[in-house]
Design a binder for this molecule. Structure first.
Ligand code: SF4
Length: 463
């Protein structure tokens, strides 16, 4: 442990020297381009990578071609995300020939998988560094090895180290912050690669999470999203953590994701409803509305248990908001079973649905299931689901018309000039007429219209 720390400190000091020399010669700091694919956890990981890079003298650029260091932080959840990464790496071949000193790194969930690392090793020689999700803390040593030994480095370690609270983070947003509370997953849903690439569940200590949130609030952050693959299995008690964060003084909102329906308790619903700052919404991934498919997915709940949580929340607060994830075309799913999902969507009335065609992930159990549904068929079902959802969502969103809601104004809107955009407490996009001076503030907005993707309204602040 002490030896690792020494190596890390040595590599850090040497990299800083190298980068200072670069700055003296070029009149500017070396530039890093860090791009994340996939989920909020990846965005959060990239903020930590950037925090480490800024400590060794890097500045950041959005222009990949002007960077001395390119890091692609990848996602493995769906095949098309992997295809996009390989497309980007492929396009960098010529660039690397013309800029041999630029370091190209691929990290994250894709890079954790040995067969992917092997493919990059043999086919994409332009990539210098490939490291998985357990190696983020070794960034300095890996980078130093690449630079000092002019070698390619592949690090797919599966060794779980203690969660480091020593990292510095460079957050991309000044208003909204992601705060991971746990890493990994123990559930092994049969379609999902996450437990294989992020390991078993590890929870951060509540005092570390609470301190981070407290610091963010005093830095002016207005929306804190707690992250975990399954926040309900946070090992120190998720409802207790929420209550403690809710007591932190200041005007801010708390969101979290994701919740596994098998662990979503009535206590959690009560905590949300009774709190002052927790948004009155829950992202509860359904995946399928058919009990047979849920069993094949190894989800550990059935339709009735899922509806029990929904009905409990709505009995306490009828306008309680739910969003969900749906997988269309799971191996062996029949059209009638798919229709059960459509029925459940109508019954629950979600404010938002993230629906995807099933993507086969090698190494998972479902990858061995017979998949007799054509891609064309799956695409048609997805379209059918989206049409159903559009009507359900528009109707359900109309419950806000005529009401005044609080919106955190995030920036200029899309609807027309003079509009701002933000989200209400339920996480629904609101486009509203208001002066730009309100960007970054909580604004009271009167809702005038429900669309299928957002609400429309006007600020009542200046009236
Ligand atoms: S709960 Fe299931 S779907 Fe979610 S990350 Fe864990 S294994 Fe994947």
């Amino acid at each position: 442990m002490a030896e690792t720390m020494l190596k890390k400190e040595y590599a850090k000091a040497e990299l800083l020297k190298l980068n200072n020399r670069f700055s003296d010669l070029n009149g500017h700091a070396p530039l890093a381009y860090v791009h994340s694919f996939g989920c909020q956890q990846n965005v959060s990981d990239a903020e930590k990578l950037k925090g480490q890079l800024s400590q060794i003298g890097y500045d950041f650029t959005d222009d990949m071609t002007s960077a001395q260091l390119i890091i692609l932080n990848t996602c493995a959840v769906r095949e098309n995300a992997e295809d996009r990464v390989f497309g980007t790496i492929g396009n960098l071949k010529k660039f690397k020939q013309q800029n041999p000193d630029t370091i190209i790194a691929v990290c994250g969930c894709m890079a954790q998988q040995k067969h992917i690392a092997q493919k990059i090793k043999s086919t994409y020689r332009q990539v210098d560094l490939v490291f998985g999700t357990f190696a983020y803390n070794d960034l300095y040593q890996m980078l130093f090895e690449v630079l000092s030994q002019k070698t390619r480095v592949f690090n797919q370690t599966e060794k779980i180290t203690d969660i480091s609270e020593e990292f510095s983070q460079l957050r991309s947003d000044k208003l909204r912050a992601f705060v991971p509370i746990m890493y990994g997953c123990n559930n092994f849903c049969t379609y999902c690669i996450v437990p294989y690439v992020r390991g078993r569940e590890r929870s951060r200590k509540p005092e570390a999470v609470v301190k981070e949130v407290r610091d963010l609030v005093s830095d002016g952050y207005k929306e804190i999203t707690l992250l975990g693959q399954n926040v309900n299995s946070y090992s120190y008690g998720f409802a207790a953590l929420l209550k403690e964060i809710d007591r932190i003084p200041g005007k801010f909102r708390i969101r979290f994701m994701s919740s596994h329906p098998k662990d979503a308790s009535k206590e959690l619903i009560d905590t949300i409803i009774e709190s002052e700052k927790i948004c009155k919404c829950l992202h509860l991934p359904l995946q399928s509305g058919c009990d047979r498919i849920l069993k094949l997915m190894n989800r550990h709940y059935d339709k009735a248990q899922y509806l029990d949580i929904i009905n409990y929340a709505r009995s306490k607060k009828p306008e309680f908001s739910f969003s969900t994830d749906i997988i269309v075309g799971f191996p062996g799913e029949t059209y009638d079973e798919f229709c059960e999902t459509k029925e459940l969507i109508k019954q629950v009335k979600y404010d938002n649905i993230y629906s995807f065609v099933y993507s086969r992930r090698s190494g998972t159990k479902a990858a061995e299931f017979e998949d007799n549904i054509s891609d064309k068929q799956k695409g048609l079902w997805l379209r059918e689901l989206l049409l159903e959802q559009r009507d359900v969502t528009t109707n359900w969103l109309s419950r806000f018309v005529g009401k005044t809601v609080e919106v955190l104004a995030e920036g200029e809107g899309r609807l027309a000039d003079g509009y701002l955009t933000g989200k209400n407490d339920e996480g629904i996009i609101v486009e509203f007429k208001a002066d730009k001076k309100y960007i970054g503030e909580f604004v009271q907005v009167r809702i005038t219209k429900a669309m299928n993707w957002a609400l429309e309204g006007e600020s009542v602040e200046d009236k």
